[in-house]
Write a protein that binds this ligand. Structure first.
Ligand SMILES: [Zn+2]
Length: 82
């Protein structure tokens, strides 16, 4: 089976899933947190970003872009790593 193609949230390019890292959404005490989901275990909407591209990650991790990707309207969103 062919590998799924996903769009990078940073550059909007389309790449095989293995070249991207998955981002997933978790409820945080104040709003929402976006976390890396390398195990692809968190259900719900995901977003993807180029695995080895720092510029893509800087672009993708802007709160407005994360909110757009996850269709969040009810509160702040932030990136939470580790
Ligand atoms: Zn990218």
């Amino acid at each position: 089976m062919a590998e799924p193609i996903r769009s990078c949230l940073g550059c909007k390019g389309r790449f095989p899933q293995s070249q991207l890292r998955r981002l997933a959404l978790r409820k945080a005490p104040l709003g929402w947190a976006v976390v890396f989901d390398d195990a692809r275990a968190i259900p719900g909407r995901g977003a993807w970003v180029c695995r080895d591209n720092q510029l893509c990650q800087e672009r993708a991790f802007k709160p407005a872009r994360l909110a757009g990707a996850f269709k969040i309207k009810d509160g702040p969103v932030r990136l939470m790593t580790g």
